[in-house]
Design a protein around this ligand. Structure first.
Ligand code: FPP
Length: 228
């Protein structure tokens, strides 16, 4: 991709985003928390198309963690409802728009309706190649590692092939908006050599220009992978 001053930048193949700050965004606008999540889903929509257009291969976003069940019931159901609506929309138009939507995480405890929608979205995504947006739902890095270890022990398959991210490159860049500097159980295995970018911008306010800034920063990093 090219910057406005004509420089060529390498776009990471896989970017992970911890979408943080929806609650504070809602509070600042005197809205209910659910409105913050809704606005966060809009920010995701805009960014996913942008990532497709700049030639990224995978965008993985942390939508609902294994720990988020501890939140107020109303907030949990609001997030799961947004996900449902999102999947319905994706099923209808993702093939036309050259975008594949997948869900990573342990889907077993989700509602039958959500599981059916996820199954439908995956079977459509399986029919073509192209940019993939991964929504991590009931996802936790530790839980993923435990599930993968169990599956590998039972099946004899290689450990990495049993992770939710089997077949995907590790994220070269992980972005956390919202001001906190931690991974919060996101892609613990896959982030071993990821570059970590933090910004105070709250997720619902995160725009393509913020991603550009992260990619410019990423291009200034020297990645050594333990070598010198
Ligand atoms: C963290 O912000 C955000 C979440 C726990 C949920 C993220 C979910 C969405 C954006 C909606 C579903 C997503 C898609 C893409 C369909 P927080 O609530 O912890 O914010 P706070 O730290 O300001 O309270």
């Amino acid at each position: 991709m090219n910057t406005s001053d004509g420089k060529t930048l390498t776009v990471p193949r896989h970017v992970g985003i911890i979408m943080d700050g929806n609650g504070r965004w809602a509070e600042r606008h005197a809205f209910a928390r659910a409105a913050g999540h809704k606005q966060g889903a809009e920010a995701f929509r805009t960014l996913a198309y942008y990532c497709r257009d700049i030639g990224m291969d995978y965008l993985s976003v942390y939508a609902f963690s294994t720990e988020n069940w501890k939140r107020d019931k109303l907030e949990v159901s609001a997030i799961l409802r947004i996900l449902e609506d999102y999947l319905i929309e994706a099923i209808e138009k993702m093939a036309r728009e050259g975008l594949r939507m997948r869900i990573l995480g342990d889907t077993a405890p989700l509602s039958e309706r959500l599981k059916r929608l996820i199954g439908e979205a995956h079977s459509i995504a399986d029919t073509y190649e192209g940019f993939t947006a991964n929504l991590c739902v009931n996802y936790g890095g530790r839980d993923e590692i435990l599930r993968a270890a169990k599956k590998a022990a039972e099946s004899g398959a290689a450990f990495e092939d049993c992770l939710d991210t089997a077949g995907l490159p590790d994220p070269e860049l992980i972005i956390r908006p919202g001001g906190e500097h931690r991974l919060s159980n996101f892609m613990l295995w896959q982030s071993a050599y990821s570059e970590l970018y933090f910004t105070d911008t709250l997720w619902p306010d995160f725009e393509p220009a913020d991603l550009d800034a992260a990619i410019v920063w990423y291009n200034q990093r020297e990645r050594r992978f333990g070598g010198r």
